[in-house]
Design a protein around this ligand. Structure first.
Ligand code: ARG
Length: 586
């Protein structure tokens, strides 16, 4: 394991913790409130003075008001080489200016030891991220794209923070639609046992055809309904047909995951089926489950509908499956944090399921404690008309088609820029994929996930503004500065030193040092857009630095090349965490 270092915010928080204890010994365990700030007085601020004052005022105290408390906190701050100076402003804010020397050395240590030393530390050992989770025999659409992209980034950020992540694909492989699909398979293929993808062709079409049949022919409908019972009863022939259909779907999904570079481990709804009876028994013994009009339900305070866990026909449903999955994840997989990535439309379902799990005593009732479950909801993908994203023929847009188009548009642009003559076909293909898929991902991740966003190739493939294209170009440009200098950057790392004397060098350095706390925040609040914003600002800080500080040929060349390298290193880690493949030349 690489050397770890606590992030700046934590380091400062520790120092302030000591100062707070000395300042007001009568109040125990005051949590230091330290935040980065962008004023000219400091890089970080401690905001405890006002809160403390309201607790001690009126009592016997040497202080006359919050500014005096702030002054005392500042005086009591232990000596530290990370701080250059402090000041107290307004009603008692304690401003801290970091030491340039220390900042420069930290960045240099990261360059030598690797960026992993800046990995955040989280209070969790193992987490489940339940994402993507499409439904068998139905095509993956843009909604699943969002879940796949957001879930993958969350998993990557947690993994970077040394959390063991179980990447779960909770595919819908156990609904009533399977009776219909199986009967349709039998009807159309006498040799159904040998039927593969090539024979069935498009599974979505197959689904639509069988649905038509189901809706129009009562006999077929009846057979389909019986087929569900026989499948769920475990009858061999039906299980076999089901497995085959799932397998075809799986191959289709896997092709998309491969293109997106996403790893997932499938444990579909069917997996939890055998666990449901015992789980419901436990919930019943805890007096949570009751009868209601032939169904079995859990009534939960704050909700105007019951959570149905056994339907009136005796069958299990989405909720009973999710309750069993929580039980399994906690008890068999020993996960402390369960994260579910779906559209906001499922918010209520998860709120209810989590609440039931809390009442059963499975999850902590304190939302800041573990074990806990979090729903990561996201908004809709809209088309140019601001309505739900559809193709012209008003079909759902297929993921694979989107990726094809993003790639081919990028390739065209690269050829227009003359890269067709300069690069091999392979380089052209790989770069077009990296930029095209990266653009689709970034356009999704950069928004707060709860807002709807408009899908626009023109916007996401623009090389100006907050796009992956712009950021990938910025990274490639930094790489080319280093290449063109003709210097061996590995050698510079060990013999050279970083200095942050120019204001723009210092600003860039400070932003680099904040990488770890930003990832931590993005993990804690499950907000990938926080990391996107950081990355975009990083490239802005770099641009300012590069416009005002000559790199190659200057007296500070070595230090500035090292700053370029540090920027490129942090950018690459951001790309990695966002699931974007970096490019090194443009
Ligand atoms: N298959 C569901 C859908 O497409 C998403 C499943 C989410 N995960 C879960 N544990 N319920 O809407």
């Amino acid at each position: 394991m690489a050397n770890e270092e606590e992030n700046v915010k934590r380091k400062l928080a520790k120092l302030f913790e000591v100062a707070l204890k000395v300042t007001v010994p009568s109040i125990a365990d005051v949590e230091p409130l330290v935040a980065a700030c962008t004023g000219k007085f400091g890089d970080y601020q401690c905001n405890n003075a006002m809160g403390l004052w309201s607790k001690i005022k009126g009592k016997e105290t040497e202080f006359k008001g919050p500014p005096a408390v702030g002054q005392a906190i500042m005086r009591n701050l232990p000596q530290s080489d990370i701080i250059e100076s402090c000041s107290v402003a307004g009603p008692g804010f304690v401003n801290v200016k970091l030491s340039r020397n220390w900042m420069a050395q930290s960045i240099q240590r990261m360059l030598i030891d690797g960026i992993d030393m800046w990995a955040p530390r989280l209070p969790v050992r193992r987490a489940v991220v339940d994402f993507s989770s499409p439904n068998i025999a139905k095509e993956m659409h843009v909604g699943h794209l969002r879940s796949t992209i957001i879930g993958d980034t969350i998993a990557r950020m947690l993994e970077f923070s040394r959390v063991e992540v179980l990447r779960r694909n909770h595919v819908g492989d156990w609904g009533t639609q399977f009776g219909m699909l199986i009967e349709f398979l039998f009807e159309n293929f006498s040799n159904w046992e040998d039927v593969n993808e090539a024979a069935i062709g498009d599974l979505q079409e197959f689904y639509k055809e069988s649905k038509k049949r189901f809706d129009s022919d009562p006999d077929f409908k009846e057979r389909a309904q019986k087929a569900v019972v026989r499948l769920q009863g475990g009858e061999q022939k039906y299980r076999k047909a089901w497995t085959q259909i799932c397998e075809i779907s799986r191959n289709e999904f896997n092709r998309v995951y491969q293109r997106l570079g996403v790893q997932l481990e499938e444990k579909g709804e069917s997996f939890y089926n055998p666990y449901i009876p015992a789980v419901l028994k436990e919930l019943t013994s805890k007096n949570l489950v009751e009868d209601s009009q032939g169904a079995r339900v859990i009534l939960l305070e704050g909700f105007n509908i019951p959570l149905i866990v056994v339907k009136s026909d005796g069958g299990y449903n989405y909720a009973s499956t999710d309750l069993a999955a929580i039980w399994y994840r906690l008890n068999e997989e020993k996960a402390e944090w369960m994260i579910y990535v779906t559209d906001v439309g499922q918010q209520q379902h998860f709120d209810m399921v989590f609440k039931a799990a809390k009442r059963a005593g499975w999850l902590s009732t304190d939302d800041n404690a573990y074990p806990k479950a979090s729903h990561v909801g996201f908004g809709l993908v809209l088309g140019d008309d601001k309505k739900r994203f559809r193709t012209r023929s008003s079909e759902v847009v297929r993921l694979a088609d989107l990726l094809d188009e993003a790639k081919s548009r990028c390739k065209t642009t690269l050829i227009e820029r003359g890269k067709g003559d300069e690069w091999t076909e392979e380089e052209l293909e790989q770069t077009a994929e990296a930029i095209g898929y990266g653009a689709v991902k970034y356009a999704d991740l950069k928004n707060n996930r709860l807002t709807n966003y408009t899908f626009s190739f023109d916007q996401m493939l623009n090389d100006k503004g907050n796009t992956a294209v712009y950021l990938l170009y910025a990274h490639a440009r930094i790489c080319s500065i280093i290449r063109k200098s003709g210097k061996d950057i590995e050698e510079l790392k060990s013999i050279g030193a970083i200095v942050l004397d120019h204001a723009d060098e210092r600003a860039l350095g400070l932003h680099l040092l904040q990488f770890s706390e930003v990832v931590e925040e993005a993990c804690t609040n499950l907000l990938p857009n926080v990391l996107c914003e950081y990355l975009y600002n990083l490239s802005e800080f770099f641009t300012t630095f590069y416009s005002n500080c000559q790199v190659v040929g200057s007296a500070e060349e070595t230090s500035r090349l090292l700053l370029c390298e540090a920027t490129a290193t942090v950018m690459r880690k951001c790309f990695y965490l966002l699931g974007i493949v970096p490019v090194y030349k443009i």
